[in-house]
Design a protein around this ligand. Sequence first.
Ligand code: G3H
Ligand code: 13P
Ligand code: ZN
Length: 349
Amino acid sequence: MPLVSMRQLLDEAAKGGYGVGAFNVNDMEQIQAIMAAAKETKSPVIVQASRGARAFAEDLYLFKLIQAAAELNPEIPIAMHQDHGNSFETCKSAIELGYTSVMMDGSLKADGKTPASFEENVEVTRRAVDFAHERGVTVEGEIGVLGGIEDGHGAGGSGLEHVTDPDQAVEFAELTGVDALAIAIGTSHGAYKFTKKPDGSVLKMDILLAIHKRLPNTHLVMHGSSSVPKDLQDVVNKYGGKLKETWGVPVEEIQLGIRNGVRKINVDTDNRLAMTGAIRKVLWETPEKFDPRDYMKPAREAMQKVVAQRMTQFGQAGHAGDYKALPIAEIAKGYANGSLITKPLVAAK
Ligand code: G3H
Ligand code: 13P
Ligand code: ZN
């Protein structure tokens, strides 16, 4: 199957009432782990690359690997997504490479650190939407700012500093025409999200529910949604790691989100932990080993296990065969003739 428009994939998820995990990739083993999990669970999937990933792997290597994944798994719908595009130019270059979806993260200025004004965010996102939709490519926007910093990207601080205002979310969706909307509800990127199991004072599911009430047909996106399970932390620490005690986003809160408009769930940290734990274990227990395959194989298997578990928990498992990818040119026509709606349905307060 050719790469699928993320809009098509999320529209189908909305019809089926499930969420779709968006898993970050930087190399071949991570792509293979995701595809093995998608095959095992018969799941449609979103594969995403950050700017850091594109720089690390080099654009062409990474994109050709995704094309190989699509060729080798024709029964799996795969959307290829730019995670946290910091500027119009980043999104444009991803689209020109063949990505079927981009995140224009205008919540921060192009430096990827300083919170942008509402007007700046609308302007750059609208520009990305116009360019992308003409080419049949999906756009995710972000309103509100997440906590934490990953690879230099992020405003830092706690996830509660810039949570999304539901009225602004409505205005943003109306002004930009984005296909999917990332919101800030207290989560952060990385392993250190919460200092104890989060309750409603730090993980603002009430804000998510309020936004869904006002924008009942908008696909919502949860970033920073690794669950950071204790068993994965324990493996890393048992074999020489030094992670401090920490909590992520409980899967049951994500499932509550999925029942309330969340269609895309971003997960990176859990996979990083799983791979690192597996690699540490091999090197700790058998220090004489030096063939990368001896530790990359278990690392890949550990990531497959986490991804397959999330696919089942998010409900995407079993849905790979529900539909066929529409050609991107057809999607572009849909945006042009209005059959793919970009004006959100807004419910009264
Ligand atoms: O946005 C956060 C993702 O975990 C990607 O992280 O920018 O370090 O590749 P990265
Ligand atoms: P985690 O750090 O919680 O995995 O979040 C990943 C993410 O939001 C990527 O955009
Ligand atoms: Zn993110």
